[in-house]
Design a protein around this ligand. Structure first.
Ligand code: ADP
Ligand code: MG
Length: 387
């Protein structure tokens, strides 16, 4: 890989495919180093549009759009997985630096290929079976070869809980996802953990401290995230080592968010990864010695990485659109929340709210984690996203 002197040098451009909140926060981080950015996404009112040097209206699932955009930048990264891969492969073959690599993206965006990859590399995952559609899954249940409870996951295009169905009862069978999918064992989860790792092309790896994630029961989205995870040094070390082994296995340049399950019987299983900045690292903006966004840019531009240290306990909570509202967004209760002190509010700038849409997040810092949790709960009750 070419070493690109991006810092304070407007001869080179960092290109970001996707202009949502992750693209926006990447632009914010790039701005601290005076790195020139270009972003492509569907419309000029997307969160990242007003923070980049050049915004291109385009569809990242279209070959022509991705190829033309990639040709216009010097280093290309993504904020979302479902980018047109053929275009990324051609760009890479023509010498454009693309991170994460199209090879990694091909594996990651198909949940079956992803899990097969972990099995090949001896990384711990749940057992699973592959199916073409709902009828095939149902037949397996009927002939007794697949027993309840299990978790059905769509092979691709799943995100934020879409494409995941927990099947406990015969009633649930009626709602099976009718797509190519996998079915895996329902794990007795004690807690869900995430570790974000970064690696540059010199092979240097740095990991962020593990976090514990608590999910919103209906939305299947992270509701509260705790840092530190508070699982004890042995388990946290094991989680860090698993994240390191995973990023090594992918031979990645960039950031890899590794989602894991700590089971009730004390084992750690790999759930899935995201080769980019991730919701489970938003708190690092305020709580760590380096943010996940800055670390990603360091990693992909071939710079030395910063050793992430947690400077303060933190709780992150997502601001989701209230259940009964769809339309132009309005926020209520911001001043009340700020009065609590050390409450860091991020509004992504999406114009329209919808039930459970990710509209922003809030990070609360406090020397005492329980107090941070209390404040985050206050934020969830009082900061309302409605129309
Ligand atoms: N095998 C499993 N056992 C128990 N719960 C699971 C299992 N797989 C997924 N889940 C739950 O569903 C959530 C979403 O699944 P995940 O595979 O991470 O899909 P997504 O792409 O939506 O994040 C997980 O964070 C976890 O809470
Ligand atoms: Mg997930």
């Amino acid at each position: 890989m070419k070493h690109l002197p991006l810092f304070g040098n407007h001869e080179y451009t960092l290109g970001i495919l996707g202009g949502g909140q992750l693209g926006k926060m990447l632009c914010q981080a790039a701005s601290n180093w005076d790195i020139k950015t270009a972003v492509m996404d569907k419309a000029r009112d997307f969160p990242a549009a007003h923070l980049c040097h050049r915004f291109v209206v385009g569809d990242f699932s279209r070959y022509e759009d991705v190829y033309a955009f990639g040709k216009s930048v010097d280093l290309l990264t993504i904020e979302i997985e479902n980018i047109n891969i053929e275009a990324l492969e051609r760009l890479e073959s023509e010498g454009v630096a693309v991170h994460p690599s199209p090879k990694t993206l091909r594996i990651v965006r198909d949940k079956v290929k992803q899990k097969e990859f972990y099995q090949e590399h001896g990384l711990p995952v749940t057992t699973f079976r592959t199916f073409e559609n709902a009828a095939e899954v149902k037949r397996a249940v009927d002939d007794g070869s697949l027993s309840l409870p299990f978790v059905q996951k769509s092979r691709s295009e799943g995100y934020d809980g879409r494409g995941v169905l927990i099947v406990r009862t015969d009633e649930d069978i009626k709602n099976l996802i009718d797509e190519p999918c996998l079915a895996e064992k329902l794990v007795d989860i004690a807690v869900e953990i995430a570790v974000i790792a970064a690696r540059n092309h010199h092979g240097e790896i740095r990991t962020f401290p593990p976090v514990a994630m608590h999910f919103h029961p209906e939305a299947n989205l992270v509701e509260y995230l705790y840092a530190p995870a508070g699982l004890g040094p042995a388990i946290e070390q094991e989680a860090i080592q698993l994240a390191q082994a995973t990023i090594e296995a992918f031979d990645m340049t960039g950031l890899l968010a590794v989602e894991m399950f700590l089971t009730e019987d004390g084992n750690i299983l790999l759930n899935e990864v995201a080769p980019r900045p991730h919701n489970s690292g938003h708190h690092t903006i305020e709580s760590c010695s380096v943010s996940q966004f800055s670390q990603h840019i360091l990693a992909i531009s071939g710079m030395p990485l910063i050793r992430p240290e947690l400077l303060s306990p933190a709780v992150m909570t997502n601001l989701l659109g209230a259940e009964d509202y769809s339309g132009p967004v309005q926020y209520e209760g911001i001043d009340q929340c700020l009065q609590k002190g050390n409450v860091h509010i991020h509004l992504y700038g999406k114009k329209e709210t919808r039930p459970f849409r990710k509209m922003g997040h809030v990070t609360v810092l406090d020397r005492h984690l329980p107090r941070a949790i209390e404040k985050a709960k206050f934020v969830q009750e009082h900061l309302i996203v409605r129309t």
